[in-house]
Design a protein around this ligand. Structure first.
Ligand code: PHE
Length: 443
């Protein structure tokens, strides 16, 4: 079992790669409609609170375990925690693989929508036509599979180039671009008459907006949005130099993730309200409502292209992180070269993803616990596998390997006793407790 010797090219490169993993379809596609369904600020405020408490400590824990264990998720968990924790390392690798298989189906929709917006095909004032275009894309197994494989090809191509030349470079150029594009779209959206209602919907906070369900959903979303519990940050942590300050970098990653989710909310909701659309439109919000809105406003076609670029960039910087978990594992445990590992994953993911892609059409009758395959995999990974992964990291970093956690946390900068106690308390008690609540409600 070889430990790896690759390191990130620069600290900022690592922060952008970590933030790139966190910022994804979750922030741009899921966040606005979840905020919509869960009553706006009643979801957003708990999400921010969770991110800066358990979210950040679990993020620190994953990076710490990665750097101390220097290897794939499985290798790192095994070397710090022994064979028992190695099992959770293996589970994390499988979770990443499965998430990527269906994430790439949604990534395929993004490629298709970018393509269509470049061809000017999404500009129409017929909302029904947009609805049925999305419906028929999703139901058409062949098209769905083809776009999924297209997106997967992009992902594998980037990862095959390596950690520094592929993943880090992609994030370094595309993430700043993403922020600029999002700000441009937000300004356009906020300049529409009636846009303020959307801002109020997101940020007007009152206690009666808080619901138990909103809070629980916010907790689950914190996991998904910070890419926790599936070995990504462990894998990325293994590429960290000893001179990188982990708590400080984690704060940056969490901050960028939140900022992007809020930007996404601010680019979508004001436009939704200004155009009298339904904020609870669910998954169709960005694929149906947004094209409809952009079709109605001057220069909308241009902003539609920018919007679809944003979606694709966000999806890609996350999908490469999921793939890297599997590649690091194959390199570490099976001594495969990067190219061969990418080829093997490509074949497996293409096949598994097609099953998810077909589950909206011909495989629609196959139900697991009452859900189609795509929904089942998403539910199972987000509500069970990722929380289980998070729990194992909290127990490992907070109890079993606390000495090493503490040494890693304070390696570059000595943090105060209060900060250290907070991290320990959160990892030992708070995070496990909240994770158990997520799992219990998920079931
Ligand atoms: N954090 C990503 C997003 O918000 C999703 C993701 C989850 C990516 C798990 C990797 C792993 O879209």
């Amino acid at each position: 079992m070889a430990t790896n010797t690759t390191t990130w090219g620069s600290r900022i490169g690592f922060i952008l790669a970590g933030a790139g993993s966190a910022i994804g379809l979750g922030s741009i596609w899921k966040f606005p409609f979840w905020a919509g369904i869960n009553g706006g600020s009643g979801f957003i405020i708990p999400y921010i609170v969770f991110t800066f408490t358990i979210g950040i400590t679990l993020l620190i824990a994953e990076l710490v375990v990665g750097r101390a264990g220097r290897g794939s998720a499985m290798h790192a968990l095994k070397s710090l925690g022994g064979p028992f924790f190695a099992v959770f390392g293996a589970i994390a690798v499988i979770t990443s693989f499965v998430i990527l298989s269906y994430y790439s189906v949604v990534g395929g929709w993004c490629v298709k929508y970018l393509f269509d917006s470049l061809c000017g095909e999404l500009v129409t004032s017929d909302a029904q036509a947009l609805q049925s275009a999305f419906g028929s894309l999703v139901a058409d197994g062949a098209a769905n599979s083809m776009w999924h494989i297209g997106f997967l090809t992009l992902t594998c191509g980037v990862v095959a180039l390596g950690v520094v030349n592929g993943i880090e470079r992609l994030s370094k150029y595309l993430l700043p671009t993403l922020f600029i594009l999002m700000i441009a779209i937000m300004i356009r959206s906020l300049s529409l008459p009636g846009a303020w209602e959307g801002v109020k919907f997101l940020f007007d906070f009152s206690f009666d907006k808080l619901s138990w369900m909103g809070v629980l959903n916010a907790m689950g979303f914190t996991f998904f949005s910070l890419s926790l519990g599936c070995g990504i940050m462990v894998t990325y942590g293994a590429y960290l130099k000893d001179t990188t300050d982990i708590p400080n970098s984690s704060l940056w990653i969490a901050y960028l993730a939140i900022q992007t989710a809020l930007l996404a909310g601010l680019m979508i909701m004001p436009a939704v309200f200004a155009m009298g659309q339904d904020p609870n439109a669910g998954p169709g919000l960005v694929f149906v409502t947004i094209p409809y809105i952009f079709s109605q406003i001057p220069f909308g076609w241009f902003f539609m292209i920018l919007f679809n670029v944003c979606l694709l960039v966000a999806a890609l910087t996350s999908s490469v992180s999921l793939l890297e978990v599997c590649i690091a594992y194959l390199q570490n445990e099976w001594h495969m070269g990067r190219g061969a590992a990418c080829g093997l994953c490509y074949a497996g993911l293409a096949a598994l993803g097609c099953i998810s892609a077909l589950s909206f059409g011909v495989l629609g009758d196959v139900k697991i616990f009452g859900r189609i395959i795509f929904d089942f995999l998403d539910w199972f990974c987000s509500n069970i596998m990722m929380p289980v992964g998070g729990l194992s990291i909290a127990l490992l970093a907070g109890w079993k390997a606390w000495e090493s956690t503490q040494a890693q946390v304070n390696l570059v900068h000595r943090y105060s006793a209060a900060a250290n106690s907070f991290i320990r308390f959160s990892l030992r008690f708070l995070a496990p407790l909240l994770v158990l609540v997520v799992i219990a409600t998920g079931i």
